[in-house]
Design a protein around this ligand. Structure first.
Ligand code: CP
Ligand code: NVA
Length: 312
């Protein structure tokens, strides 16, 4: 199975089959458990270099990819800010064709999904989406690993997402569909996930026994859920909409009374960074059901497994 993933791209979770996704989570889990045991500190990617292109801010993704590279023995090459890739109007084609002569994989965080697709089309090396406006597959891998650790088998779990129909909503719909979960998404009117990603998720769900339900009612989405997740109301690039979004999302805050409608042992998840007091209260963030720091830790384990299988 690992060989099947060698040389592939990860632009969204839909690039993986259910079996491939499950296999990646197995690899991540076993590498995590083995870390520190004899042989686990070998450097399978020694001599390889990985470009990390960041056109948006990051803390977790950047640090976890750098540490994953260090643990695997690969050299990370950071291209962030205005002095580096794509900053002088050079075409995506030229930049990609040059980069692939230097590095063994390209990890990129940027705005448009179509740019990441264009890089992947031209690159002979694996391309990994480290977040776009539409998808955040690396966070999806980490979050599914986290749910497995706390709940076991993913199939049949009820996953509620409350908030903006953004990259995280899209990622949870696809990840839930691939894993056989029943995903219920509640957003304010006008902030629904993209129609084509809803359709793509439902199409996958038809073959896995999953379901994807949309509504504008947080209490309805959360009722009886095994997992309750949310995300910022204004994503990177939407800072100017922050004030107007606060008003639109006011009744979509995850607080103790909303959590009480979920299953008594429901998990609370947030990819972070969180805006405490906006999309979620301190009480929920710091409460016993919160697994937010496990998710953050699992970014490292999931991405280490991903780079191992893509680069063999
Ligand atoms: N969750 C996440 O991707 O965090 P960063 O934006 O800090 O990388
Ligand atoms: N939806 C958020 C996720 C941050 C990790 C954003 O895109 O800013």
């Amino acid at each position: 199975m690992t060989d099947v993933l060698k040389g592939r791209d990860l632009l969204s979770l839909a690039d993986l089959s259910s079996t491939e996704l499950s296999h990646l989570l197995d690899v991540a889990g076993s590498q995590k458990r083995a870390w520190g045991l004899a042989g686990s500190r070998s450097h399978p990617l020694a001599g390889k270099s990985i470009a990390l292109i960041f056109q948006k801010p990051s803390m977790r993704t950047l640090v976890s990819f750098e540490v994953a590279c260090a643990r695997l023995g690969a050299a990370p090459v950071l291209l962030a800010g205005s002095d580096t890739a794509f900053s002088r109007g050079e075409s995506v084609l030229d930049t990609t064709k040059v980069l692939e002569r230097y590095v063994d994989a390209i990890v990129i965080r940027t705005f448009s999904q179509s740019m990441v697709e264009e890089i992947a089309e031209h690159a002979r090396v694996p391309v990994v989406n480290a977040l776009t406006d539409d998808h955040h597959p690396c966070q999806g891998l980490a979050d599914l690993l986290t749910i497995r650790e706390h709940k076991g088998d993913l199939s049949g779990l009820r996953f509620a997402y409350v908030g903006d129909g953004n990259n995280m909503a899209h990622t949870y719909m696809l990840g839930g569909a691939l894993s056989g979960m029943n995903v219920s998404v509640a957003t304010p009117v006008g902030f629904e996930p993209k129609a084509e990603i809803i359709e793509q998720s439902r199409s996958i769900a038809r073959s896995t026994g999953a379901s994807i339900t949309l509504s504008n009612n947080p209490a309805h989405a959360v009722a009886g859920a095994d997992i309750v997740a949310t995300d910022t109301w204004a994503s990177m690039g939407q800072e100017s909409e922050h004030a107007s979004r606060l008003a639109a999302f006011e009744t979509f805050r995850v607080d103790a009374s909303l959590m009480a409608k979920a299953a008594p042992d429901a998990l609370f998840m947030h990819c972070l960074p969180a805006h405490r007091g906006e999309e979620v209260t301190d009480e929920v963030m710091d409460g016993p059901q919160s697994v937010i720091y496990d998710e953050a830790e699992n970014r490292l384990h999931a991405q280490k497994a991903l780079l191992s299988v893509l680069l063999g």
